[in-house]
Design a protein around this ligand. Structure first.
Ligand SMILES: [Ca+2]
Length: 275
């Protein structure tokens, strides 16, 4: 009898633990309207990345109609505001309109005759009842952030961006000195993490070395690993050299260049964690 009671208490504790874990997983899924935060200082599109990131957030992505409505409702809940536009998580990447994570999966709500080609940044137009319009990235706007996905936040932390110009070889050595490696940009997820980390910095005047080299018709990292992911900028690869780098003027898509060219560089710290 005592045995059975002990067993049942044990099972109850186990069940409680499982429920607690489930509750914490559910708690991580944002996307309820209250989780969109509207900030009413007027800043450029690029500055909005850093402002969201400082708060553990990122620009809000209307991944479907209900997310779009959530974003618009969060803006409307603020009452009348003196701005022409709100920055959010849609942008042009080397001429293609995508989410800031590089995805084509988003809710499309462009204003009539937009995008009109008069700018590389997309905003929610107040004049057009919060439909999308393309604007010059230097225009100022208010902005909407949403909580960063925890896994993505943990990933962002592993990339360290250095704006000091070095050759590729020196970049590898500088990363190594600090217990890191030159970052590999090997899938859509790493590409999004690296680009968002760079866009979240204050200064954005550099190209950046990453660990990708030509090897015959393959692309390899310095340890010889062949990779299939190749986010080339339009007009690249144009044969300037054997090293790939992130092109500042092409929204950080790849270009090829001589390996001795000095650029900023991105290191990867596999041990960095969100405590
Ligand atoms: Ca426009």
């Amino acid at each position: 009898m005592i045995h059975i009671v002990v067993k049942m208490v044990g099972i109850w504790f186990l069940l409680a633990a499982v429920l607690q874990v489930q509750a914490s997983i559910v708690g991580r899924i944002p996307r309820n309207t209250n989780e969109y935060q509207v900030f009413t200082d007027s800043i450029t599109n690029r500055d909005a990345y850093g402002e969201c990131y400082k708060r553990g957030m990122m620009l809000a992505v209307p991944k479907d109609e209900s997310a779009y409505n959530g974003i618009v409702n969060a803006i409307k809940a603020k009452g009348a505001l003196d701005t022409k536009r709100f920055w959010f998580g849609i942008r042009t990447i080397d001429g293609d309109i995508k989410t800031i994570y590089g995805s084509n999966a988003y809710y499309r709500a462009f204003a009539p005759n937009q995008p009109s080609g008069d700018g590389d940044c997309i905003g929610l137009s107040v004049e057009h009842d919060y439909a999308y319009d393309d604007f010059s990235c230097g225009n100022r706007g208010m902005y909407v952030c949403e909580p960063l996905d925890l896994d993505f936040a943990a990933q962002l932390l592993k990339y360290k961006v250095f704006e000091i110009e070095k050759s590729r070889e020196d970049s590898i050595n500088e990363c190594k000195k600090q217990g890191m490696v030159l970052a590999r940009d090997y899938n859509a997820n790493t590409h999004a993490a690296i680009t968002i980390k760079i866009w979240s910095l204050v200064a954005r005047t550099e190209n950046f070395h990453i660990d990708a080299l030509k090897s015959g018709t393959d692309i390899v990292s310095s340890d010889g690993t062949v990779q299939c992911f190749k986010p080339f900028a339009k007009g690249e690869v144009d044969g300037q050299g054997d090293c790939f780098y992130l092109r500042r003027t092409k929204d950080l898509q790849w270009g090829d260049q001589n390996c001795v060219m000095t650029f900023g560089y991105v290191c990867y710290d596999e041990y960095a964690t969100l405590d």
